[in-house]
Design a protein around this ligand. Structure first.
Ligand SMILES: [Mn+2]
Length: 305
């Protein structure tokens, strides 16, 4: 069966792609994202099977994406595996969606019959890399491995790809190695980059400890020019609040990107989208301050429930 794989370039996406590749050996694998997928799917014409992993379906492109994938699905088997929240009411026959799992875990489960059981290790790197290692099913899978070695490998992978984030040629090669179940620590460049990324992260951690601004229940840092999810984690820790946030101003778009991390089971997605909708999702100096204040209030209200 002539298969093509499209996946995301983060650790969950690379691992999901590697697992899909192990189940569909020799297939071409491309990296894409929630915006580019609409045009990148053009490459999927003429294949019998199209596997898409870890690509969020966003509200602005959902209609176009649905029409496009529906038309592909008329002549091919489309397997669209994703774990991001869906636009309200979004449904499709080709979609496998579970917002509590990682794409890697879902891909492993989907192709389980075509995979060596040892590939669960690669699926777990992805789950751990995406912070989705708390579910019962992942905990169960972890027990087939030595936890310390497993997390060492998962850490080497997710830290190692922090350097040279947009090098898709390298990531494709990496996915091919992982599809053969090569250990991340045995991939020299990855092992070296993981050490460099960990040094940089330690510097970021110390910077955040100094720069963090705390509100009632949300702490934030601005323009750290580093991994946003990590800056958000350290903002939470050093701001001593349940929620940490990292904000970066993007000059070319005149807008702010942000990443949030919460402790416990706050539904941040819901809180953030409601607060962002209230502010029209736009940036600017003054509006950002109001947005942060409102977000802090919304988090405080959610915590009081
Ligand atoms: Mn991803």
């Amino acid at each position: 069966m002539k298969t093509i794989i499209l996946t995301h370039g983060d650790s969950d996406g690379i691992c999901a792609g590697a697992v899909a590749l192990a189940a569909n050996p020799g297939s071409p694998l491309y990296f894409t994202n929630a915006v580019s997928v609409v045009s990148d799917l053009d490459q999927a014409r003429g294949y019998d099977r199209v596997v898409v992993c870890d690509i969020a379906i966003n509200i602005p492109t959902a209609g176009r994406l649905k029409a496009l994938v529906d038309s592909l699905a008329a002549d091919a088997e489309v397997i669209y595996i994703d774990h991001h929240p869906l636009p309200e009411g979004f449904e499709a026959e080709w979609l496998i969606s579970d917002i509590t799992s990682s794409a890697s875990e879902m891909t492993y489960k989907h192709f389980r019959n075509d995979l060596h059981p040892d590939m669960s290790r690669v699926a777990l790197y992805g789950a751990i890399g995406d912070y989705r290692d708390n579910s019962d099913s992942v905990r169960d899978m972890v027990q087939d491995w030595d936890k310390r070695s497993l997390y060492y490998q998962a850490g080497t992978l997710s830290q190692g790809i922090e350097i040279g984030r947009r090098d898709y040629e390298f990531k494709r090669w990496l996915a091919m190695q992982l599809a053969k179940n090569v250990q991340p620590s045995d991939i020299d460049v990855l092992a070296k980059n993981a050490v460099i990324a960990s040094q940089q992260e330690n510097e970021l951690r110390q910077r955040v400890a100094t720069d963090v601004v705390s509100m009632r229940n949300v702490s934030y840092v601005m323009d750290q020019k580093a991994c946003m999810s990590k800056a958000a984690i350290y903002a939470r820790v050093y701001g001593h609040t349940p929620v940490g946030m990292s904000v970066e101003y993007r000059e070319h778009r005149d807008a702010y990107d942000f990443s949030l991390r919460a402790k416990g089971d706050l539904n941040l997605n819901l809180i953030v989208s409601a607060t962002a909708a209230k502010h029209g999702g736009s940036g600017g100096g003054h509006p950002l301050k109001y947005f942060l204040k409102d977000l802090d209030e919304a988090v405080t209200a959610a915590l009081a429930k």
